[in-house]
Design a protein around this ligand. Structure first.
Ligand code: NAD
Ligand code: IPM
Ligand code: MN
Length: 347
Protein backbone atom coordinates (compact mmCIF):
# COMPACT_ATOMS: atom_id res chain seq x y z
CA UNK A 1 0.00 0.00 0.00
CA UNK A 2 1.29 3.49 -0.86
CA UNK A 3 2.17 5.50 2.22
CA UNK A 4 -0.33 8.17 3.25
CA UNK A 5 1.17 11.63 3.03
CA UNK A 6 0.66 13.82 6.07
CA UNK A 7 1.45 17.53 6.32
CA UNK A 8 2.47 18.39 9.88
CA UNK A 9 2.10 21.91 11.28
CA UNK A 10 3.16 21.96 14.95
CA UNK A 11 2.44 25.72 15.18
CA UNK A 12 2.95 27.57 18.45
CA UNK A 13 3.43 26.95 22.18
CA UNK A 14 2.64 23.44 23.33
CA UNK A 15 1.76 22.51 19.74
CA UNK A 16 5.53 22.25 19.23
CA UNK A 17 5.72 19.67 22.02
CA UNK A 18 2.56 17.59 21.70
CA UNK A 19 2.77 17.14 17.93
CA UNK A 20 6.27 15.59 17.82
CA UNK A 21 5.22 13.43 20.80
CA UNK A 22 2.15 12.20 18.92
CA UNK A 23 4.19 11.53 15.76
CA UNK A 24 6.41 9.16 17.78
CA UNK A 25 3.33 7.18 18.75
CA UNK A 26 2.11 7.01 15.15
CA UNK A 27 5.56 5.81 14.06
CA UNK A 28 5.56 3.17 16.79
CA UNK A 29 2.21 1.90 15.50
CA UNK A 30 3.85 1.07 12.17
CA UNK A 31 1.15 2.97 10.25
CA UNK A 32 2.17 3.39 6.60
CA UNK A 33 2.47 7.18 6.66
CA UNK A 34 5.10 9.78 5.79
CA UNK A 35 5.34 13.19 7.39
CA UNK A 36 6.34 16.55 5.91
CA UNK A 37 6.69 19.31 8.48
CA UNK A 38 5.90 22.99 7.83
CA UNK A 39 7.08 25.80 10.10
CA UNK A 40 3.99 28.00 9.73
CA UNK A 41 3.69 29.63 13.16
CA UNK A 42 4.18 32.84 15.12
CA UNK A 43 7.97 32.35 14.89
CA UNK A 44 7.84 32.22 11.11
CA UNK A 45 5.46 35.16 10.91
CA UNK A 46 7.70 37.28 13.15
CA UNK A 47 10.74 36.28 11.11
CA UNK A 48 9.57 37.03 7.57
CA UNK A 49 5.89 37.99 7.66
CA UNK A 50 4.69 34.67 6.20
CA UNK A 51 1.49 33.25 7.61
CA UNK A 52 0.80 30.72 4.86
CA UNK A 53 2.53 30.95 1.46
CA UNK A 54 0.33 32.07 -1.45
CA UNK A 55 -0.11 28.56 -2.87
CA UNK A 56 -0.27 26.94 0.58
CA UNK A 57 -3.85 25.67 0.61
CA UNK A 58 -3.69 24.42 -2.99
CA UNK A 59 -0.44 22.62 -2.18
CA UNK A 60 -1.94 20.96 0.92
CA UNK A 61 -4.99 19.82 -1.04
CA UNK A 62 -2.87 18.52 -3.93
CA UNK A 63 0.09 16.88 -2.22
CA UNK A 64 -1.31 15.44 1.02
CA UNK A 65 -3.91 12.99 2.30
CA UNK A 66 -4.29 14.72 5.67
CA UNK A 67 -2.98 17.59 7.78
CA UNK A 68 -1.94 17.27 11.42
CA UNK A 69 -1.91 20.59 13.26
CA UNK A 70 -0.85 21.56 16.78
CA UNK A 71 -2.14 24.98 17.77
CA UNK A 72 -1.75 28.58 16.74
CA UNK A 73 -1.73 31.57 19.06
CA UNK A 74 1.13 33.51 20.57
CA UNK A 75 1.14 36.57 22.85
CA UNK A 76 3.81 38.15 20.58
CA UNK A 77 1.21 38.35 17.81
CA UNK A 78 -1.66 40.16 19.54
CA UNK A 79 -3.66 40.49 16.32
CA UNK A 80 -3.65 36.69 16.02
CA UNK A 81 -3.42 37.23 12.26
CA UNK A 82 -1.33 34.12 11.64
CA UNK A 83 -3.83 31.91 13.48
CA UNK A 84 -6.64 33.44 11.51
CA UNK A 85 -4.91 32.95 8.18
CA UNK A 86 -3.54 29.47 8.82
CA UNK A 87 -6.12 27.74 11.02
CA UNK A 88 -9.34 29.46 9.97
CA UNK A 89 -7.86 29.75 6.47
CA UNK A 90 -7.62 25.99 6.25
CA UNK A 91 -11.13 25.45 7.61
CA UNK A 92 -12.64 27.98 5.20
CA UNK A 93 -10.53 27.78 2.07
CA UNK A 94 -10.32 23.99 2.07
CA UNK A 95 -14.03 23.92 2.96
CA UNK A 96 -13.52 21.56 5.93
CA UNK A 97 -17.11 21.99 6.97
CA UNK A 98 -17.49 19.36 9.70
CA UNK A 99 -15.62 19.91 12.94
CA UNK A 100 -16.01 16.56 14.67
CA UNK A 101 -15.20 16.49 18.38
CA UNK A 102 -15.71 13.16 20.16
CA UNK A 103 -16.28 13.35 23.91
CA UNK A 104 -15.37 10.16 25.71
CA UNK A 105 -14.48 9.60 29.34
CA UNK A 106 -11.71 7.00 29.54
CA UNK A 107 -11.63 6.55 33.30
CA UNK A 108 -13.89 7.60 36.15
CA UNK A 109 -11.01 9.35 37.93
CA UNK A 110 -10.74 11.93 35.11
CA UNK A 111 -14.27 13.34 35.38
CA UNK A 112 -14.78 16.26 37.77
CA UNK A 113 -18.41 15.19 38.31
CA UNK A 114 -19.45 12.89 41.17
CA UNK A 115 -20.29 9.28 40.26
CA UNK A 116 -19.94 9.75 36.51
CA UNK A 117 -18.54 6.63 34.84
CA UNK A 118 -17.01 6.10 31.38
CA UNK A 119 -20.29 4.71 29.99
CA UNK A 120 -22.01 7.98 30.96
CA UNK A 121 -19.82 10.23 28.80
CA UNK A 122 -19.70 9.05 25.21
CA UNK A 123 -21.02 11.47 22.63
CA UNK A 124 -19.86 13.43 19.59
CA UNK A 125 -20.22 17.13 18.89
CA UNK A 126 -20.54 17.95 15.19
CA UNK A 127 -19.72 21.63 14.85
CA UNK A 128 -20.39 23.62 11.68
CA UNK A 129 -16.96 24.89 10.67
CA UNK A 130 -17.26 27.38 7.79
CA UNK A 131 -19.94 29.92 8.72
CA UNK A 132 -21.36 31.90 11.66
CA UNK A 133 -19.55 34.89 13.15
CA UNK A 134 -16.27 33.16 12.21
CA UNK A 135 -16.67 34.57 8.68
CA UNK A 136 -15.48 37.79 10.32
CA UNK A 137 -17.72 40.17 8.45
CA UNK A 138 -18.70 43.37 10.17
CA UNK A 139 -17.17 46.67 11.00
CA UNK A 140 -16.63 49.49 13.39
CA UNK A 141 -18.07 52.92 12.94
CA UNK A 142 -17.14 56.14 14.75
CA UNK A 143 -14.23 54.30 16.34
CA UNK A 144 -12.78 55.96 19.41
CA UNK A 145 -15.77 58.20 19.99
CA UNK A 146 -18.49 57.78 22.62
CA UNK A 147 -20.84 56.86 19.74
CA UNK A 148 -18.69 53.94 18.60
CA UNK A 149 -20.57 51.02 16.99
CA UNK A 150 -19.31 47.51 16.25
CA UNK A 151 -21.16 44.89 14.22
CA UNK A 152 -20.31 41.22 13.71
CA UNK A 153 -22.38 39.35 11.19
CA UNK A 154 -23.59 35.79 11.78
CA UNK A 155 -23.70 33.87 8.49
CA UNK A 156 -26.05 30.90 8.13
CA UNK A 157 -26.74 29.38 4.72
CA UNK A 158 -29.31 26.71 3.93
CA UNK A 159 -26.62 24.75 2.08
CA UNK A 160 -24.18 25.04 4.98
CA UNK A 161 -26.72 23.98 7.60
CA UNK A 162 -28.05 21.15 5.48
CA UNK A 163 -24.68 19.54 4.91
CA UNK A 164 -23.63 19.69 8.57
CA UNK A 165 -26.96 18.33 9.79
CA UNK A 166 -26.77 15.54 7.23
CA UNK A 167 -23.19 14.83 8.32
CA UNK A 168 -24.42 14.45 11.92
CA UNK A 169 -27.15 11.96 10.96
CA UNK A 170 -24.76 9.98 8.74
CA UNK A 171 -22.19 9.87 11.55
CA UNK A 172 -24.87 8.61 13.93
CA UNK A 173 -25.72 5.78 11.52
CA UNK A 174 -22.10 4.92 10.83
CA UNK A 175 -21.22 4.76 14.53
CA UNK A 176 -24.41 2.90 15.50
CA UNK A 177 -25.66 5.85 17.53
CA UNK A 178 -29.38 6.40 18.05
CA UNK A 179 -29.95 10.13 18.63
CA UNK A 180 -29.11 13.47 17.04
CA UNK A 181 -29.80 16.65 19.00
CA UNK A 182 -29.61 20.09 17.40
CA UNK A 183 -28.69 22.97 19.67
CA UNK A 184 -29.21 26.66 18.96
CA UNK A 185 -30.54 29.85 20.48
CA UNK A 186 -33.53 30.19 18.18
CA UNK A 187 -35.63 31.79 20.92
CA UNK A 188 -33.47 34.91 20.59
CA UNK A 189 -31.58 34.61 17.30
CA UNK A 190 -34.80 34.05 15.44
CA UNK A 191 -33.69 34.40 11.80
CA UNK A 192 -30.62 32.21 11.98
CA UNK A 193 -32.23 29.84 14.48
CA UNK A 194 -35.39 29.67 12.37
CA UNK A 195 -33.40 28.45 9.38
CA UNK A 196 -31.55 25.88 11.52
CA UNK A 197 -34.90 24.65 12.88
CA UNK A 198 -36.50 24.27 9.45
CA UNK A 199 -33.51 22.55 7.87
CA UNK A 200 -32.98 20.24 10.86
CA UNK A 201 -36.60 19.09 10.77
CA UNK A 202 -36.48 18.50 7.00
CA UNK A 203 -33.29 16.45 7.14
CA UNK A 204 -34.46 14.52 10.22
CA UNK A 205 -37.46 13.14 8.31
CA UNK A 206 -34.99 11.36 6.01
CA UNK A 207 -33.50 9.47 9.00
CA UNK A 208 -36.52 7.80 10.63
CA UNK A 209 -34.19 5.29 12.31
CA UNK A 210 -32.50 8.07 14.32
CA UNK A 211 -34.29 9.95 17.09
CA UNK A 212 -34.05 13.73 16.65
CA UNK A 213 -34.48 16.43 19.28
CA UNK A 214 -33.64 20.04 20.09
CA UNK A 215 -32.22 21.93 23.05
CA UNK A 216 -31.38 25.58 23.55
CA UNK A 217 -27.65 25.92 24.04
CA UNK A 218 -27.88 27.48 27.51
CA UNK A 219 -29.98 24.56 28.75
CA UNK A 220 -27.61 22.15 27.00
CA UNK A 221 -24.70 23.45 29.11
CA UNK A 222 -26.69 22.75 32.26
CA UNK A 223 -27.66 19.24 31.11
CA UNK A 224 -24.13 18.44 30.02
CA UNK A 225 -22.95 18.93 33.58
CA UNK A 226 -25.97 17.42 35.37
CA UNK A 227 -26.56 14.38 33.15
CA UNK A 228 -24.11 13.91 30.28
CA UNK A 229 -25.29 10.36 29.52
CA UNK A 230 -28.36 11.62 27.64
CA UNK A 231 -26.21 12.88 24.73
CA UNK A 232 -25.29 10.88 21.66
CA UNK A 233 -24.68 13.20 18.66
CA UNK A 234 -24.98 16.98 19.07
CA UNK A 235 -25.03 19.18 15.97
CA UNK A 236 -24.63 22.92 16.32
CA UNK A 237 -23.23 26.05 14.76
CA UNK A 238 -19.64 27.22 14.70
CA UNK A 239 -19.67 29.46 17.78
CA UNK A 240 -21.77 27.28 20.09
CA UNK A 241 -19.75 24.27 18.96
CA UNK A 242 -16.55 26.00 20.02
CA UNK A 243 -17.90 26.86 23.46
CA UNK A 244 -19.59 23.59 24.34
CA UNK A 245 -16.57 21.51 23.32
CA UNK A 246 -14.37 23.21 25.91
CA UNK A 247 -17.05 22.40 28.48
CA UNK A 248 -17.26 18.85 27.14
CA UNK A 249 -13.47 18.56 27.30
CA UNK A 250 -13.68 19.15 31.04
CA UNK A 251 -15.90 16.06 31.37
CA UNK A 252 -13.12 13.98 29.76
CA UNK A 253 -10.36 15.21 32.04
CA UNK A 254 -9.64 18.62 30.54
CA UNK A 255 -8.45 20.17 27.33
CA UNK A 256 -5.37 17.98 27.33
CA UNK A 257 -7.59 14.98 26.49
CA UNK A 258 -9.82 16.30 23.70
CA UNK A 259 -9.42 15.42 19.99
CA UNK A 260 -10.91 16.84 16.82
CA UNK A 261 -11.08 16.52 13.07
CA UNK A 262 -11.90 19.23 10.52
CA UNK A 263 -13.41 17.15 7.78
CA UNK A 264 -14.75 17.39 4.26
CA UNK A 265 -15.56 13.82 3.28
CA UNK A 266 -13.45 12.68 0.36
CA UNK A 267 -11.00 15.59 0.63
CA UNK A 268 -7.70 15.97 2.49
CA UNK A 269 -8.86 16.92 5.97
CA UNK A 270 -7.18 18.50 8.99
CA UNK A 271 -6.83 17.03 12.47
CA UNK A 272 -5.92 19.02 15.61
CA UNK A 273 -6.34 18.69 19.35
CA UNK A 274 -9.14 20.89 20.76
CA UNK A 275 -6.73 22.76 23.02
CA UNK A 276 -4.72 25.82 22.03
CA UNK A 277 -1.08 26.77 22.40
CA UNK A 278 -1.37 27.24 26.20
CA UNK A 279 1.46 29.82 26.43
CA UNK A 280 2.00 29.43 30.21
CA UNK A 281 2.67 25.69 29.67
CA UNK A 282 4.91 26.06 26.62
CA UNK A 283 8.47 24.73 26.66
CA UNK A 284 8.08 23.09 30.08
CA UNK A 285 7.46 19.50 29.00
CA UNK A 286 4.23 19.42 31.04
CA UNK A 287 1.49 19.55 28.37
CA UNK A 288 -0.65 16.43 28.10
CA UNK A 289 0.04 14.79 24.72
CA UNK A 290 -3.07 12.54 24.81
CA UNK A 291 -5.34 15.06 23.06
CA UNK A 292 -2.84 15.17 20.19
CA UNK A 293 -2.34 11.39 20.20
CA UNK A 294 -6.10 10.73 20.16
CA UNK A 295 -6.32 13.27 17.32
CA UNK A 296 -3.67 11.34 15.38
CA UNK A 297 -5.76 8.24 15.88
CA UNK A 298 -8.83 10.03 14.44
CA UNK A 299 -6.67 10.94 11.46
CA UNK A 300 -5.66 7.30 10.97
CA UNK A 301 -9.34 6.36 11.06
CA UNK A 302 -10.02 8.91 8.33
CA UNK A 303 -7.19 7.40 6.30
CA UNK A 304 -8.60 3.90 6.75
CA UNK A 305 -5.74 2.67 8.98
CA UNK A 306 -7.99 0.99 11.53
CA UNK A 307 -5.63 -1.66 12.87
CA UNK A 308 -3.07 0.95 13.94
CA UNK A 309 -5.61 3.26 15.49
CA UNK A 310 -7.06 0.48 17.63
CA UNK A 311 -3.62 -0.25 19.05
CA UNK A 312 -3.08 3.43 19.80
CA UNK A 313 -6.47 3.82 21.51
CA UNK A 314 -5.79 0.73 23.61
CA UNK A 315 -2.41 2.11 24.69
CA UNK A 316 -3.94 5.49 25.62
CA UNK A 317 -6.52 3.72 27.77
CA UNK A 318 -3.82 1.69 29.48
CA UNK A 319 -1.73 4.81 30.19
CA UNK A 320 -4.73 6.53 31.75
CA UNK A 321 -5.61 3.52 33.91
CA UNK A 322 -2.03 3.08 35.12
CA UNK A 323 -1.56 6.85 35.57
CA UNK A 324 1.44 6.87 33.23
CA UNK A 325 0.42 10.40 32.29
CA UNK A 326 1.13 14.09 32.79
CA UNK A 327 0.09 15.79 36.02
CA UNK A 328 -3.12 17.41 34.71
CA UNK A 329 -4.72 13.96 34.79
CA UNK A 330 -3.02 12.62 37.87
CA UNK A 331 0.31 11.23 36.67
CA UNK A 332 3.85 12.47 37.16
CA UNK A 333 5.40 12.11 33.68
CA UNK A 334 6.53 14.83 31.31
CA UNK A 335 5.07 15.30 27.83
CA UNK A 336 7.84 13.26 26.17
CA UNK A 337 7.84 10.47 28.78
CA UNK A 338 4.06 10.13 28.65
CA UNK A 339 4.12 9.79 24.86
CA UNK A 340 7.08 7.41 25.10
CA UNK A 341 5.13 5.15 27.49
CA UNK A 342 2.25 5.03 25.02
CA UNK A 343 4.66 4.35 22.13
CA UNK A 344 6.13 1.37 23.99
CA UNK A 345 2.66 -0.09 24.51
CA UNK A 346 1.66 0.47 20.90
CA UNK A 347 4.61 -1.52 19.61
P1 NAD B 1 -5.65 26.76 25.65
O1 NAD B 1 -6.45 25.59 25.19
O2 NAD B 1 -4.36 26.97 24.97
O3 NAD B 1 -5.35 26.57 27.20
C1 NAD B 1 -6.30 26.76 28.24
C2 NAD B 1 -5.89 25.93 29.45
O4 NAD B 1 -6.21 24.56 29.21
C3 NAD B 1 -4.40 25.92 29.75
O5 NAD B 1 -3.99 26.99 30.52
C4 NAD B 1 -4.27 24.61 30.48
O6 NAD B 1 -4.70 24.75 31.82
C5 NAD B 1 -5.25 23.71 29.77
N1 NAD B 1 -4.62 22.94 28.69
C6 NAD B 1 -4.73 23.16 27.35
N2 NAD B 1 -4.05 22.23 26.69
C7 NAD B 1 -3.50 21.40 27.59
C8 NAD B 1 -2.69 20.25 27.51
N3 NAD B 1 -2.29 19.71 26.36
N4 NAD B 1 -2.30 19.65 28.67
C9 NAD B 1 -2.69 20.13 29.84
N5 NAD B 1 -3.47 21.23 29.98
C10 NAD B 1 -3.87 21.85 28.87
O7 NAD B 1 -6.59 28.02 25.54
P2 NAD B 1 -6.26 29.59 25.72
O8 NAD B 1 -5.31 29.78 26.86
O9 NAD B 1 -7.56 30.25 25.75
O10 NAD B 1 -5.55 30.00 24.37
C11 NAD B 1 -4.14 30.14 24.17
C12 NAD B 1 -3.86 30.48 22.72
O11 NAD B 1 -4.21 29.37 21.89
C13 NAD B 1 -4.69 31.66 22.18
O12 NAD B 1 -3.87 32.38 21.32
C14 NAD B 1 -5.84 30.99 21.44
O13 NAD B 1 -6.38 31.81 20.43
C15 NAD B 1 -5.12 29.80 20.87
N6 NAD B 1 -5.99 28.66 20.54
C16 NAD B 1 -5.66 27.97 19.40
C17 NAD B 1 -6.37 26.83 19.07
C18 NAD B 1 -5.99 26.11 17.83
O14 NAD B 1 -5.03 26.46 17.16
N7 NAD B 1 -6.68 25.06 17.44
C19 NAD B 1 -7.39 26.37 19.90
C20 NAD B 1 -7.69 27.09 21.06
C21 NAD B 1 -6.97 28.23 21.38
C1 IPM C 1 -10.85 25.92 18.52
C2 IPM C 1 -10.25 27.28 18.79
C3 IPM C 1 -10.40 28.19 17.58
C4 IPM C 1 -11.88 28.39 17.34
C5 IPM C 1 -9.70 29.55 17.69
C6 IPM C 1 -8.25 29.41 18.03
C7 IPM C 1 -9.85 30.34 16.42
O1 IPM C 1 -10.80 27.83 19.94
O2 IPM C 1 -10.44 25.27 17.54
O3 IPM C 1 -11.69 25.47 19.29
O4 IPM C 1 -12.51 29.27 17.94
O5 IPM C 1 -12.43 27.65 16.53
MN1 MN D 1 -12.07 26.47 21.05
Amino acid sequence: MAKKRIAVIPGDGIGKEVIPAALKVVEASGAPVEFTTFDWSADRYLKDGTTIPPDGFAMLARDFDAIFLGALGDPRVPSNIHAKEILLGMRFKMDLYANVRPVKLLDESLCPLKGVKPEHVDFVVVRENTEGPYVDAGGVFKQGTPDEIATQEDFNTRKGIERIVRYAFELARKQGRKKVLMSDKSNVMTYAGGLWQRVFKEVATQYPDIQSSHMYVDALCMHMVRDPKQFDVIVTNNMFGDIITDLAAALQGGLGMAASGNIHPGKPSMFEPVHGSAPPFAGKDIANPIGAIATASMMLEYLGLTRELQRINQAILEAVKQKKTTSDIGGSLGTREAAEWISQHVK
